[in-house]
Design a protein around this ligand. Structure first.
Ligand code: ADP
Ligand code: MG
Length: 244
């Protein structure tokens, strides 16, 4: 019998360097994300969250280093139906219904047809199935984008600021949904510039100016900084780095 192979981490970022518009956005970023967790990628606007996410899904030209997802190079064919990505801007078609949108994305990843209704139900949009996406509310639109990314049952789900601009009740609902996916074994990376979302995550990555300020559980980061909450911890780490 073969010895069981150690599973590679969900995401491994090694010395990633990204240059955009002649500017070094990510100078040298390394990171490992374990499977089946909800990882919060937290940092202010311009920190490089979206750039890092683009690199993880293979949509970003990379100047150095690399990213592997589930043991494969980011963006390569074996990952096509194993990684879901919801961009900051809605990526579904406003002139198609919810069902038509989700069916279209199901077709792209070769998901079985019966997954379309199932996924729409899972994100709580059963009543909006035949509604044009362009007429959905903000929270419904986010959930429709999620359904489009989820329909192929991805093992890794990259969500770029999915809760921005939503009211607290909707944010709460979405975070419960993310937790449900993680409990089923999905690895989620969720970005936010809102530090109080830290309490929802199993692990946190603090990002500022393309640098990882901290990487660990909220408890670890609070212990390390002596801060009372994520926001204070971030500020403490940022000012330390500024002083160094
Ligand atoms: N196409 C681009 N050309 C040049 N600079 C860019 C481009 N896109 C983003 N940037 C810069 O990269 C930095 C990080 O952006 P981004 O990854 O979008 O950050 P975040 O998602 O954390 O707000 C910002 O300083 C932004 O101005
Ligand atoms: Mg962004």
């Amino acid at each position: 019998m073969n010895a069981p192979q150690a599973e590679p981490p969900a995401i491994l970022v090694e010395h990633l360097r990204v240059v955009r518009g002649g500017k070094e956005i990510l100078p040298d970023l390394s990171l490992a994300v374990p499977r089946g967790s909800v990882v919060g990628l937290l940092g202010p606007s311009g920190a490089g969250k979206s750039t890092l996410m683009r690199a993880i899904v293979g949509a970003q030209i990379v100047a150095g280093g690399g990213v592997t997802v589930l043991g494969h190079d980011a963006g390569t064919a074996p990952l096509r139906d194993r990684v879901g990505y919801v961009t900051q801007a809605p990526s579904i078609y406003p002139d198609l219904t919810v069902r038509e949108n989700v069916a279209y994305f199901a077709g792209l990843v070769g998901a079985p047809k019966d997954q379309v209704a199932h996924t729409i139900n899972a994100v709580g949009l059963a009543d909006q199935t035949d509604q044009l996406a362009g007429t959905l509310s903000g929270g419904q639109l986010t959930r429709a984008s999620l359904a489009a990314a989820l329909v192929g049952h991805p093992e890794v789900l990259i969500l770029d600021e999915p809760t921005v601009g939503l009211d607290p009740a909707l944010r709460n609902e979405l975070w419960k949904l993310f937790r449900r996916f993680a409990d089923q074994g999905t690895t989620l990376i969720v970005s936010s510039h809102v530090m109080d979302e830290a309490v929802r995550c199993d692990r946190l990555v603090f990002l500022r100016d393309g640098h990882v300020l901290a990487d660990g559980t909220l408890e670890e980061i609070l212990a390390q900084t002596g801060a009372a909450d994520a926001e204070q911890a971030f500020l403490t780490l940022a000012s330390k780095e500024g002083a160094a």
